[in-house]
Write a protein that binds this ligand. Structure first.
Ligand SMILES: Cc1cc2nc3c(=O)[nH]c(=O)nc-3n(C[C@H](O)[C@H](O)[C@H](O)COP(=O)(O)OP(=O)(O)OC[C@H]3O[C@@H](n4cnc5c(N)ncnc54)[C@H](O)[C@@H]3O)c2cc1C
Length: 390
């Protein structure tokens, strides 16, 4: 076993990573959450940490279908003290650096890579975490060929690499939208999309722009929801795109239509609804059924809430494995859903503070600075759907 590796980034700055030392923190995942919380750790004064990713910095974003864009807009509003909605760190604005309002996945992956270089984050790439055990208050973070040690773990492995393939018979005949490289390259004239939230509407929009006929099925009616919470209702961006002429001409929406099964016979796919209607297409149905999330593949890390999301305490720490913290879109507190960057970034500093205090560091100035940027949310009582202040 080697005790150090040299990780090189795109600027070819070589960083030596010591595999044998005991880290204060290991962050699993170098996506928006992993990079964002790493910067918060740096700001609170924690230096002895390592980020580990099975792939590379921002790789989930880089794998989005080429046409897919952020639904949340970026705007260079930092100058008046309002952090860009897609920013993961104080003082950073993707709108300012990228000059784009709705970044593509590739744009954002590039943004995360440049932040990682700017902050000189210690990232060990191409290293899959297979398990985490705790012995005498020290975690052994197992990879496929070595074991890393640390005092705390931040789980930021996200959801995108863990798609949900739907709970119906024949879902193996379908393709998840996360496997699509580019909608414009999909062959065929007619498409069925199962799931009508953001990803389903996004798929329908891009297919319709390429003059394909699309049927979208959803067990609910996402386009009819009247919530002001974008975690529940479709985003403004999606409603705007649904008014596009091509969408109106080419897309049929089927609300409250659950899918019972999908069958394939010869080159035809038959989609059977819960009320036993059959719809056919000549192309593989597309699954826009969301993501199971990484926590489901590592069930020992967190206890489950009734809705299946990880159970955490007020510091976003596991209730069954203290010292393991959760950052990212799977975070839930009561009925608050932190699935967007502008929501879950507000908890990076809560985690950083808890770990810093356990290491004996002073955190008052850090908390004050993060709070003043809306990046420290510890009072959830004000966060109802219609709340204008959080
Ligand atoms: C199509 C689409 C559009 C979206 N649009 C928006 C939007 O407009 N605005 C918004 O705020 N959010 C949006 N989101 C949500 C946003 O993408 C997620 O919030 C974000 O990707 C979550 O970041 P993350 O760091 O938690 O996960 P990821 O970006 O997925 O990063 C997790 C990282 O962990 C690594 N990893 C996973 N398992 C392991 C393991 N076992 N060992 C080591 N490494 C591991 C992965 O390789 C990955 O790099 C969108 C999501 C999708 C799918």
């Amino acid at each position: 076993m080697t005790d150090t590796v040299v990780a090189s980034d795109e600027s070819n700055q070589a960083k030596e990573i010591d595999l044998e030392k005991e880290y204060d923190v290991i962050i699993v995942g170098a996506g928006a959450a992993g990079v964002g919380v790493a910067i918060a750790l740096t700001h609170v004064g924690i230096e002895n940490y390592l980020i580990v990713d099975r792939d590379s910095v921002g790789s989930s974003f880089a794998e989005w279908p080429e046409e897919t864009r952020f639904i949340t807009p970026s705007f260079p509003s930092n100058s008046i003290g309002m952090l860009d909605l897609n920013s993961i760190a104080i003082g950073v604005s993707p709108a300012y650096t990228m000059r784009v309002e709705h970044p593509t996945g590739n744009d954002f992956a590039e943004h995360l890579r440049s932040l990682s270089q700017f902050f000189e984050l210690p990232v060990l790439e191409n290293t899959n975490i297979t398990g985490i055990n705790k012995i005498d208050n020290i975690f052994n973070v197992e990879t496929e060929d070595i074991s890393l040690s640390c005092k705390n773990v931040i789980w930021a492995a996200g959801e995108y690499k863990y798609p949900s393939t739907g709970n119906f018979e024949g879902s193996e005949h379908c393709a998840h939208t996360s496997t699509v490289d580019r909608y414009g390259n999909l062959e065929g004239e007619d498409f069925i999309v199962i799931g009508g939230y953001e990803s389903g509407i996004d798929a329908a929009y891009h297919l319709a722009r390429n003059n394909r006929k699309v049927k979208v099925f959803d067990i609910d009616c996402p386009w009819g929801e009247h919530s002001s919470d974008p975690s529940i209702a479709l985003s403004t961006y999606s409603f705007e795109r649904m008014r596009d002429d091509n969408f109106g001409k080419n897309v049929e929406l089927f609300a409250e239509t659950g899918i019972r099964s999908v069958r394939q016979s010869n080159k035809t796919y038959e989609v059977v609804t819960l009320d036993d209607k059959v719809y056919t297409s000549s192309t593989k149905p597309l699954l826009a059924t969301g993501f199971d999330g990484s926590h489901k593949s590592y069930p020992s890390l967190f206890d489950s809430r009734e809705d299946g999301f990880p159970l955490v305490n007020d510091n976003d720490e596991s209730t069954v494995m203290p010292g393991v913290y959760l950052c990212g879109p799977s975070l839930r507190h009561d009925n608050h859903i932190f699935c967007f960057i502008f929501k879950y970034r507000q908890r990076f500093a809560v985690v950083a503070k808890a770990i810093a205090e356990s290491l004996g560091l002073e955190t008052d100035d850090f908390v004050e600075a993060y709070r003043s940027w809306g990046m420290y949310l510890d009072d959830l009582s004000c966060c109802g759907q219609e709340c204008l202040t959080c």
